[in-house]
Design a protein. Structure first.
Length: 396
């Protein structure tokens, strides 16, 4: 058969014409098939059908490992934050490459991926394996778009299902108790601001006085402070949604105004006036707050308050839950948190929204009139006690 050539026993080379290149010369793709000549013919026919549908034909000797690293360098690094790329790199090097990296990309089968997930779940959490699936699937989508694959094998794989941990939130009473315990800590200002704004830790620690408008009682997020491999560095917010403007409560605006006045007085004594580029939250020595130290200290404080298991990030969840429980619109909460959409906010805090349904029904009950049942009952009684001729006919 034309387009098929035997290489050795049970080994056949398929040749397919895929059109002309930019230089006008014909382009051909080659693939090796193990088995009989009928197997080679069947494979070639399948590829010709795939090509006729306009789907790129997966060819070449690119391995899964080579593709993952190409995707990480050429795609992920141009679209993701440094922290996300480092997480991807760790997952690729520690899990995906050792298990699947040796396979040629064109030969990667859904059954192989599914089998790997089953083995991985014996020593890793389902959540971890699910995250690996998301990464692998995204990289293979990229391979399809680039023409290295005809389809994404992850589309035919069922990733491990897992139940996400329910976030911890504090009640108003617990918030007050925690703030009382933290009142003597040098980190009280940042904890208080976190609970009043829902800002992320990195956003708070990167906050400068130029980002705080005390007259308008608002905060703008323009930079974040991250710690990578033991080194603290300032970065731009991850997305445009993160560069949000946050309105402050009157109490927070007054508190930060007092904090600034104290800072200005202290810096004046040192002979180094406070500038707009100075950070709002610093250590007692005036240095940027180390994120790890803040998290560690916060854990000590919540333990003293009897709130073990609450993380610093749960200040953000507490802010959102208290807003929603006070009947604040999810759209407003979404904007305050810097989420991409109100739908995402609703999804994250669905359990709180569900808990609000009873209150919502009570409010609706106050608005809508009661059903008119007395007249209906009287009418039914009349019909059965004094049926008309038409009624008697209808009954029979």
């Amino acid at each position: 058969m034309k387009g098929i050539r035997q290489q050795s026993k049970n080994s056949w080379q398929i040749q397919i014409y895929t059109g002309t290149g930019p230089d006008g010369k014909p382009q051909r793709r080659f693939m090796t098939v193990r088995g009989s000549k009928k197997d080679a013919e069947k494979k070639r026919n399948e590829l010709l059908v795939t090509l006729a549908k306009g789907v790129p034909i997966p060819m070449g000797r690119l391995t899964v490992a080579e593709h993952l690293h190409d995707w990480l360098e050429g795609y992920a690094k141009t679209r993701c934050s440094t922290r996300t790329v480092e997480n991807y790199q760790s997952i690729i090097d520690r899990h995906l490459v050792p298990a699947l990296g040796h396979i040629q990309l064109k030969d990667l089968q859904p059954s192989t991926i599914q089998h790997y997930y089953g083995e991985a779940c014996t020593h890793l959490s389902k959540r971890s394996v699910h995250y690996q699936h998301r990464l692998l699937s995204e990289s293979l989508k990229y391979a399809v778009r680039q023409g290295a694959l005809g389809r994404n094998p992850c589309d035919l794989v069922d990733p491990p299902s897992y139940r996400s941990k329910r976030m911890k939130t504090m009640t108003p009473g617990e918030v007050g108790h925690l703030l009382e315990i933290a009142s003597e800590s040098q980190y009280y200002p940042v904890i208080y601001t976190a609970l009043n704004t829902g800002m992320r830790q990195a956003e708070l620690l990167g906050l400068r006085w130029r980002d705080v408008d005390l007259d308008e009682a608002s905060i703008s997020v323009n930079q974040v402070l991250l710690k990578r491999r033991g080194v603290c560095e300032f970065k731009e917010p991850k997305t445009a949604h993160s560069r949000c403007r946050i309105d402050m409560t009157p109490k927070l605006a007054l508190y930060l105004k007092e904090c600034r006045a104290r800072c200005e007085a202290y810096r004046w004594q040192l002979g180094a006036p406070l500038t707009l580029d100075d950070l709002v939250f610093v250590t007692e020595r005036g240095r940027p707050v180390d994120p790890s130290v803040l998290s560690h200290t916060f854990q000590k404080l919540v333990k003293q308050a009897g709130l073990e298991g609450v993380r610093f990030h749960d200040c953000r969840h507490t802010f959102a839950s208290l807003m929603l429980l006070r009947k604040v619109s999810p759209k407003v909460v979404s904007e305050a948190l810097g989420h991409a959409s109100a739908a995402f906010t609703m999804d994250v805090y669905q359990h709180i929204v569900n808990g609000m349904q009873k209150d919502a029904m009570a409010l609706l009950d106050e608005v809508l009139p009661a059903g008119i049942s007395a007249n209906n009952n009287a009418e039914l009684t009349r019909l059965f006690e004094n049926p008309s001729t038409d009624d008697r006919v209808a009954k029979h």
